[in-house]
Ligand binder design. Structure first.
Ligand SMILES: CC1=C(CCC(=O)O)c2cc3nc(cc4[nH]c(cc5[nH]c(cc1n2)c(C)c5CCC(=O)O)c(CCC(=O)O)c4C)C(CCC(=O)O)=C3C
Ligand SMILES: [Fe+2]
Length: 359
């Protein structure tokens, strides 16, 4: 893994007890104009699950799977974990890394796609953490693996799960099935400006549509079906005056019921584990919508610790290390170099320093 002497999994974080819910939500939304009403509502989602989000346990499982994959390739580089919004906090993780003698850390996030929330915001968190540590006299260098949704392993792992789910509705005619790929809604402006600032924009949506297209094609080929598919969104927040990506999964299910769809297959390709957005927004809310409409909802699992996904993440780490050594590495979808371009996925609220980019 040279030139890196540690790897760090960087994630969103989540509460693990009822008393952690409000402090967590305050951290997530500090200065982001989320209405109080929405916060109370989201708090209720967490209380419904005893105040414990599944995300940290899922990251513990991912860390164990990554460790096992690294070990199987005789890579003994330490693997660490830091979060944006809950313990273990990123600056603490980096402080510990330094204390253990690590000076150059390679980061991989639990966000697979490109947009401010899923990429640059983590880069800002890294810049903040490094600045905090510098004040303590600690110097640490950070690089990051780029958004990995277009990678073959992420796609193959999703395909395996999708095909398995579709096999449970073998006898249902194509015209009665709606295949919905689901991701987190984001503000329209965040989508428009996502990507390397080359004028094209909408990279967030384009990456999802590309993944959805390959998955639909391949699943149809494997199963001898001719299913269509669409991209829909969940977890909208923000004030009603702001446009966010649509349609909402529940609204679309309602329309589909009216046109004779009896089975909805929901594949949350926007997420890498079955965290709150999945267990609440899909398994609770969308399931209630399905029940009301008399539809059957088949929810496809996220990639989680799928061995194909885990092996591909380790490949991504190794490729990033080779890139840092100046070696030629495979390109995919123009994601080389891994350093983000100037103005990539900008912060539209205020300019803030960000690491792992060329601006
Ligand atoms: C693109 C995207 C991902 C996917 C990529 C990735 O995985 O990073 C993601 C993941 C997640 N989002 C999460 C939780 C929350 N996101 C919020 C708010 C927001 N998310 C946004 C976007 C995204 N979010 C945006 C544009 C906002 C508006 C405010 C802002 O501009 O920041 C809020 C505030 C309340 C609300 O409005 O919902 C919460 C509580 C959790 C933890 C789940 C758990 O606990 O299991 C995870 C993994
Ligand atoms: Fe979110």
């Amino acid at each position: 893994m040279q030139p890196y002497d540690a790897i760090l999994l960087l994630s969103f974080g989540g509460p693990e007890a009822p008393e952690e819910v409000v402090p967590f939500l305050r951290r997530v939304t500090a200065g982001r104009g989320i209405p109080d009403e929405r916060l109370e509502e989201v708090g209720e989602h967490y209380y419904l699950f005893g105040g414990r989000s599944p995300i940290n346990d899922q990251n513990r499982a991912l860390l164990a799977a990554l460790r096992a994959e690294l070990d199987s390739r005789d890579i003994d580089t330490p693997l660490l974990w830091g979060n944006r919004n809950s313990e273990p906090f990123l600056p603490d993780a980096l402080r510990e890394a330094y204390a253990a003698g690590h000076r150059r850390v390679l980061v991989v996030t639990t966000s697979a796609y490109s947009c401010y929330s899923s990429c640059r915001q983590y880069r800002e968190n890294l810049a903040d953490a490094v600045a905090t540590l510098r004040e303590e006299g600690i110097e640490i260098d950070i690089d990051k693996v780029g958004p990995y949704a277009p990678r073959p392993g992420f796609i193959r792992a999703n395909l395996g799960r999708l095909v398995e789910s579709l096999r449970t509705i073998d006898g249902v005619p194509d015209e009665e099935v709606a295949l919905l790929f689901v991701t987190h809604s984001i503000p329209e402006t965040m989508d428009e400006t996502s990507g390397p600032g080359d004028g094209a924009g909408h990279l967030y949506q384009r990456q999802h549509r590309a993944v959805a297209e390959v998955l639909t094609e391949e699943a149809n080929r494997i199963l001898g079906r001719d299913l269509g598919s669409e991209l829909v969104f969940c977890s909208r927040s923000g004030p009603p005056s702001q446009s966010w990506l649509e349609p909402d999964v529940n609204d679309r299910m309602e329309e589909l019921a009216a046109s004779g769809v009896s089975v909805v297959v929901a594949a949350p390709i926007g997420f890498v584990s079955d965290h709150m957005e999945v267990v609440y927004d899909l398994d609770t809310e969308a399931r209630a919508t399905a029940d009301r409409l008399g539809q059957r909802l088949v929810r496809v699992p996220t990639v989680g610790t799928d061995p194909t996904f885990v092996a591909d993440l380790v490949d991504a780490l190794l490729e990033r290390a080779a890139e840092a050594r100046g070696e030629a590495v495979p390109d995919f979808e123009g994601r080389r170099p891994s350093v983000c371009a100037p103005g990539c996925c900008p912060n539209l609220r205020q300019h803030r320093p960000a690491l792992c980019g060329s601006d």
